[in-house]
Design a protein. Sequence first.
Length: 256
Amino acid sequence: MLLDPFSLLPMFALVLIRTASVLFFSPIYSQAGLPLMIKIGLALVISFAVFPIISNSQPALPDNMINFIIIVFKELAVGFLIGYVATLAFAAFVMGGGLISSEMGLTMAELVDPLTGDRVSPIAQLLQIVALILFFSINGHHWLINALILSYKTVPITGFIEMGSSVGKIIDLFNGLFIAAIKIAAPIMIVLGLTVVVAGFLARSTPEINIFLIIFPMKILVGFLLLTIMFPFITRAIQYLLDLLHKDIFSVVGGM
């Protein structure tokens, strides 16, 4: 007996809502420079690919319109949680780059980030671009799709999220964001802080020197020199954090 395609439309709509929510809240597919039609097209293509995999294992949908609307909001929440976990990792890179830029005195040199549309510091934008390149090179975009498919086992379409466990893990990841940002920026910030101390001793020993004309260009020069020397180590730190992101995404999805 052939199935009526129209009877599958409500379930496909819910799959599309969860898929689109994951894409629109993730740091890769939510870029401001990505046209809306491409985002919608990606959501549709992935939904068509995922739907045959999960449709047979899902329970029947409720006939009540109110319950259906509740499920729609739940699907949005599931997609938001998956995408937000990935966003937290990239926020750590932006925050770390912002700390470095602030210590170098580049706070006023903010640029409009074409990826997000927000104003960020040049160092933060550099680290974010490097993180995106590494993310694609290790097939990180596949993690989001795999996490989306796994989420239908932990949270079926008619199921609900265990908010206590999910919120607790999100809070832990949010705390880890600050720690990761400080770890990325700490070496350069410490050396730049020592540069200020050395400049202070220089000002005390030779008062005729206008130290304010020297310290700001010196911090920028030393900062870029340190960034060049430490860039391979920063890249390894970013790759390590992306590997942790892989575990965190599936940990959050598995605990829903």
